[in-house]
Structures are given as structure tokens and as C-alpha cells.
Design a protein around this ligand. Structure first.
Ligand SMILES: [Fe+2]
Length: 403
């Protein structure tokens, strides 16, 4: 049940972790700069040439993540492997070039991997760090610098490589346990969150169905408009239309708030809402007030909902779903892209389903006629790209109706 939410949490964490990893590596470079200056002043006694080489290579490896985040963004799932590899190369360079280094530096790639709560990355960083540790020590040994601590291979293996491997494997074991625990907590969080969403959704459907039932609807309208809205928004995303607004979160949110679009009908008297014949002008004005009243109901009912996107979209869908592209709708008579996108999508789904359903004042229209109404409303009642995309979904929508 929690797979989708869990992977969304993980993905969001990875994006944050990509930024944090870049910051940590930048800070490491600042510290290395400080050490380099201390070496230049003679407080530290590392050979000038290897130190200069190490400093320059560090600059590249430790600052590249910041640059990559800026150039390609933080969304790529591969970046974490690249950044851990940079950290491992940094470690390799320190071990092989600088004879004097603190043992804690061996935990560096593992620590960077720890930001991501990924078991696979943790194991990747451990294997990489083991290889780098052994390789770096051997390179340092064969470079045979005068200040080399290990003059024989036996010494190197016993006093150089072995204790370092023990140190880094200890770090790796701690990180493995931390990652396992954090993953479990995140999974539990995701499950709780999804359970809450299901409860809320049931309540919204129940509440909306109560309102819809008053004018002889069975609740099918609520479910279908929600399905159409999701389908339509997904198709728009697939086609790259309004790509700056339509994200997976937008689509989920729209499907959640769609059932509330006619919530304002609760304030319309039965004599108007259930009138079998044509409404008088005065009655029609009362009927039209449901969208503005729906907006007010959402505003007052959802004032404590923490999710601002959800609250805003619920309000927009309830208030603006009868606005028209040409500005001749209600309650405000706004036009074009001034009408919130969620409401423009909702309008198409709502009109299509409303005309395809029997109402107390008229019979249901055949599907062909319903699609024709959408087609005729392109650029007049509906956002052209949204209505055209809806018509492309003819086959799927027909199947949904038949079910
Ligand atoms: Fe409505």
C-alpha cells in the first residue's frame, strides 16, 4: 500500500540529500583550504608539492557536486552514486598523495552515503571505500616517499591497511543499522500517511455524495469526474502541456479535491435544486450561487488544513468550475488563463459527465452528443488545449462510462 508514497518520500529526501552532500563537500573544501594555509605558514609539515596537488584535485572533486546540482538539477537518481564516487576519489587522493592524514577520513564516502538512507548506496560506498583504502595504501607504498611510515609490505598490511579496514567497516556497520532503522521509520510514516489520506478521501466522498444525492445523483458523478480529472491531468502532463504546473502532486491533489466541486449545492433549496422543469431567471441565479458558496464553504471548513496546495486547489475547483474560457461564466466572469488551471480541467470533466447523466429536468445525452458538446465548446467554454486533450481520451472515457 505504501509503495508510491514511500518512493515519493525517498525521492524527495534524495533531492534534499543531493543539496546537503554538495554543502558538506563544499565545507570539506573550506576546511582543506584552512589546512593548506596552515601548511603554507609552516605550522603543518606536509611536503609542499604533494599538498598542492592534493589541494587542486580536492577543489575539483569537492566543488563539482555544487556545480552539477546547479546545471542538471537535483532530481537525477544517479547523482548520489556520482557524489559518493567523488568522495571515494577524494579519499583515494588523500591516502595516496598525503602521508599524514587522520584515520577518520576513511569514513568520508560512507558518511556522504549516509545522507541518503539507501541500503544499496551504503553497500556501494562500503565496497568502494574498501577498494580505495587498499588501493590508496598500495599506491602510497609504491610511490615510496621518504616520509612513508611503512617500509615493508608486511608492515603496510598489518599496521596500515588492516586497522583502517577495521575502522571503515565499523563505520559501515553503524551506517547499515542506521539506514535499516530509518527506512523502517519512513515506511511506517508512509503507511500512516496513506491511511490518513484514505480516511480523508472516504469522508470527502461521503460528504460530497450526501450533497449530490439531493438532485437524484447516485454519487457516480463524483467518482467519474474525479477519474476524468485525473485522467485528463495525466494526459496533459504526458503531452508536456502546462508542464510547469502539472506535476504528480498536482494530479493527486486534483483527484482528491474534484469530489468537492459542487459542495456549494448544499446551500441551494430543494425547490430549485430538484425542480423538474426549466428554472426561472431568479431560480437560475440562486443555482449559480453554488460555486461562490462552495468556495466559501471550503475556505471556512478547510482553514485548519495544513496542506496549502490542497486547500487552495479545493477552493479554486469549487469556486471557479463554472467559469468559461471566453469570460462568460460565473461567479466572477474571469477568462482564459486567469481561471485557475485545476478549475479549467474540472470544468471539462464536469460538463461532460453532467450532460451524459440523467437529471431531474432532462434525460441523459448519448455519449456521441456529449463529446460533441465538448468539441463545440473549445475556445468558448473550455481551455482549447485541455478540451482537445480530453477528446483524445475518447476511448478511455467511453470505457469508464461503460464500467
Ligand atoms: Fe457546479
Amino acid at each position: 500500500m505504501s509503495g508510491k508514497t514511500y518512493s515519493r518520500i525517498i525521492q524527495k529526501n534524495e533531492q534534499d540529500a543531493n543539496r546537503t552532500a554538495a554543502n558538506v563537500m563544499t565545507i570539506s573544501f573550506v576546511i582543506f583550504t584552512f589546512i593548506y594555509i596552515l601548511n603554507l605558514t609552516g605550522i603543518f609539515i606536509i611536503d609542499a608539492v604533494p599538498m598542492a596537488i592534493a589541494y587542486c584535485i580536492s577543489g575539483v572533486l569537492l566543488m563539482l557536486p555544487r556545480l552539477l546540482n546547479k546545471v542538471i538539477g537535483t532530481a537525477s537518481r544517479k547523482l548520489k552514486y556520482i557524489y559518493v564516487s567523488f568522495a571515494a576519489l577524494f579519499l583515494l587522493m588523500i591516502i595516496s598523495v598525503l602521508t599524514y592524514h587522520v584515520v577518520v577520513i576513511y569514513a568520508y564516502p560512507i558518511a556522504i552515503a549516509g545522507l541518503y538512507f539507501s541500503k544499496r548506496l551504503t553497500r556501494f560506498s562500503t565496497v568502494l571505500t574498501v577498494l580505495v583504502t587498499v588501493g590508496g595504501q598500495l599506491i602510497g607504498f609504491f610511490l615510496d616517499r621518504p616520509d612513508n611510515n611503512f617500509k615493508t609490505m608486511d608492515n603496510l598490511l598489518l599496521y596500515g591497511i588492516f586497522p583502517r579496514l577495521l575502522t571503515l567497516l565499523s563505520f559501515a556497520a553503524i551506517l547499515e543499522l542506521m539506514t535499516t532503522r530509518t527506512s523502517r521509520l519512513l515506511k511506517e510514516d508512509a503507511e500512516n500517511y496513506e491511511q490518513q489520506v484514505l480516511y480523508s478521501q472516504d469522508m470527502i466522498y461521503g460528504f460530497a455524495t450526501l450533497v449530490e444525492n439531493r438532485d437524484e445523483n447516485t454519487g457516480g458523478h463524483i467518482k467519474r469526474t474525479s477519474i476524468y480529472s485525473r485522467l485528463l491531468a495525466s494526459k496533459l502532463k504526458e503531452k508536456g502541456i502546462y508542464s510547469d504546473i502539472i506535476t504528480d502532486e498536482f494530479i493527486e491533489c486534483l483527484a482528491m479535491v474534484a469530489p468537492l466541486h459542487d459542495i456549494g449545492k448544499i446551500s441551494i433549496p430543494d425547490s430549485v435544486l430538484c425542480k423538474p422543469g426549466k428554472l426561472t431567471d431568479e431560480e437560475f441565479d440562486i443555482m449559480k450561487s453554488h460555486s461562490a458558496k462552495g468556495g466559501e464553504i471550503i475556505k471556512s471548513t478547510f482553514s485548519h488544513v495544513a496542506d496549502n496546495d490542497y486547500r487552495t486547489m479545493a477552493y479554486e475547483v469549487a469556486r471557479y468550475h463554472h467559469e468559461k474560457w471566453n469570460g462568460r461564466g460565473y461567479p466572477e466572469g474571469i477568462s482564459g488563463e486567469d481561471i485557475p488551471l485545476a478549475a479549467r480541467i474540472m470544468t471539462v470533466a464536469d460538463v461532460f459527465d453532467a450532460v451524459s447523466e440523467k437529471r431531474c429536468y432532462r434525460d441523459a445525452m448519448p455519449l456521441e452528443k456529449c463529446f460533441q458538446i465538448i468539441s463545440e465548446g473549445i475556445g468558448r467554454d473550455f481551455d482549447p488545449v485541455i478540451a482537445e486533450t480530453f477528446l483524445e481520451l475518447r476511448e478511455e472515457i467511453t470505457q469508464i462510462r461503460e464500467k
